[in-house]
Write a protein that binds this ligand. Structure first.
Ligand code: FA5
Length: 335
């Protein structure tokens, strides 16, 4: 039996065949199993002797079968690999690589500059409470300042599409105590449309609150920021302005000398493009969020991302940033 089956196992060609041999030997009704069953009728002496012999043969077959199984499996895998060989010399299918959108790029670029100065990032929802977008920013109902930003109202009472990122100031100050240094990038919405205005655009809000913060700190931070983006020679103009949530307030314009491209219209007219609003946080805003204006002071600013992208890349019309024309978008490859 031993010699016969040794030979059989050797000659097996497939895993199925091996399985069959295995069950004729070791299965419930297999040959070895039946030998083991016969042990019962023997004397203890005989049991010992035969039991040992049978076990030895059993172990031998188990080992041989296992060995064969591994061999057959390896063979099968080899065959499979041979059949599915890939021709690595074939040319790959061609797909045009995309380019980062200049708005996305600028948003990340600007956020990173403030993060490198120690500001952390905050976020707020685009569907915003009217209370945070206006009331708590010192813009009460029926106040003419509400008309400064053409608002998209939505069906739900008490909510608007946020017209600026300033409500994130409120959210942050309700959540955290000063000292604070945060920036809040995101989408905002207004009923606006012309070469420098879009109904959806991006802003980055900045908020800095601590003891003894002055307008000088605001100017210093913005100057470092603008020189990082546009270079040391950039003409910067702080122009007195009005925002209900800051006092005093200013707007910052960038000179059009950066825009020398042929047909570039960004800075025509006054020669300046407004890119941000800023000022010292109004005491009424601090009171609305429970911060003592006698103890703390702070500054805030709101930047228009598309405007900065337009200046940086000499884009003459804001609508180019929204048309998704691949001829335009692909010019920003490698940014
Ligand atoms: C504000 O939105 C204030 N929340 C900014 C602010 C924040 C002031 C904190 C003081 C303290 P303003 O409406 O001016 O301000 O908008 C800010 C900037 O967004 C503008 O300077 C401009 O660069 C950009 N901007 C405004 N409207 C549009 C528009 N329709 N399309 C593209 N950019 C716009």
């Amino acid at each position: 039996l031993e010699e016969e089956y040794k030979q059989k196992i050797k000659e097996v060609l497939s895993l199925e065949e091996l399985q069959k041999v295995k069950s004729t030997l070791l299965g419930k009704k297999g040959k070895i199993t039946s030998f083991l069953k016969q042990l019962k009728s023997l004397t203890p002496e005989q049991k010992k002797e035969f039991g040992k012999a049978i076990n030895e043969v059993k172990n031998l077959f188990e080992d041989l079968i296992k060995e064969k199984e591994t061999e057959l499996k390896e063979k099968a895998l080899e065959e499979k690999l041979k059949k599915s060989q890939i021709d690595i010399t074939l040319p790959a299918e061609w797909t045009e690589a995309g380019a980062p959108h200049p708005t996305t790029y600028t948003l990340k670029y600007i956020t990173d500059i403030f993060v490198s100065m120690g500001f952390s990032i905050e976020e707020g929802p685009e569907v915003e409470l009217e209370e945070y977008n206006f009331d708590m920013l010192n813009i009460p109902k029926d106040h003419p300042a509400r008309d400064m930003q053409d608002t998209f109202f939505i069906n739900k009472e008490g909510y608007v599409l946020r017209t600026h990122t300033s409500p994130v100031q409120i959210r942050t100050m309700l959540k955290k105590k000063p000292p604070l240094a945060v920036v809040a990038p995101g989408k905002v919405y207004r009923k606006d449309l012309d070469p420098t205005h879009s109904p959806m655009f991006h802003q980055i809000e900045g908020l800095f609150v601590d003891k003894n913060v002055s307008f000088r700190d605001l100017k210093g931070i913005l100057k470092i920021f603008l020189e990082t983006v546009f270079g040391k020679d950039i003409p910067i103009r702080f122009r007195p302005s009005y925002f209900p949530f800051t006092e005093p307030s200013a707007e910052v314009d960038i000179g059009c000398t950066v825009c020398k491209g042929k047909g570039c219209r960004v800075c025509k007219g006054t020669g300046w493009l407004e890119i941000l609003g800023c000022g010292m946080v109004d005491p009424n805003v601090f009171k609305a969020v429970g911060i003592n204006p006698e103890e703390f002071s702070g500054f805030a600013f709101g930047l228009g991302i598309e405007r900065i992208a337009m200046l940086k890349f000499q884009i003459p019309d804001i609508r180019l940033l929204f048309n998704n024309d691949m001829r335009f978008n692909l010019q920003f490859k490698g940014l």
